[in-house]
Design a protein around this ligand. Structure first.
Ligand SMILES: [Zn+2]
Length: 105
């Protein structure tokens, strides 16, 4: 196995803000509709989808539900079952960071 390159850490320059979309619904994650969907989704997909192969030899419990298309970009898909993916905490934070590097969220 070739060694993975060191994780690229962007130098977020002082005074230069990363391009961000404005959150159209800051209270989204507290809303009953989301909390219910999230619970049902994790009941159906209890395992981390591991989209980046972070732990290919391990079965890890999904603890978080990720939006494949960022919610700020596609608020209409925020509650769309097909736009969700169950991830463990580690994969979710990696996935979120990758999206930030792409200037998406
Ligand atoms: Zn994972």
């Amino acid at each position: 196995m070739p060694r993975m390159p060191k994780t690229f850490k962007p130098n977020v320059a002082k005074g230069r803000s990363v391009k961000r979309f404005k959150d159209p619904d800051p209270n989204f994650y507290k809303k009953a509709a989301w909390l219910k969907l999230r619970r049902v989704f994790l009941a159906h997909y209890p395992l981390c989808a591991d989209p980046m192969g972070n732990h290919p030899d391990q079965v890890v419990e999904a603890q978080e539900v990720h939006h494949l298309k960022p919610r700020v970009e596609r608020p209409d898909l925020a509650l769309d079952w097909n736009n969700l993916q169950g991830l463990c905490k580690s994969c979710h934070s990696k996935e979120t960071r990758r999206e930030q590097l792409e200037g998406r969220t």
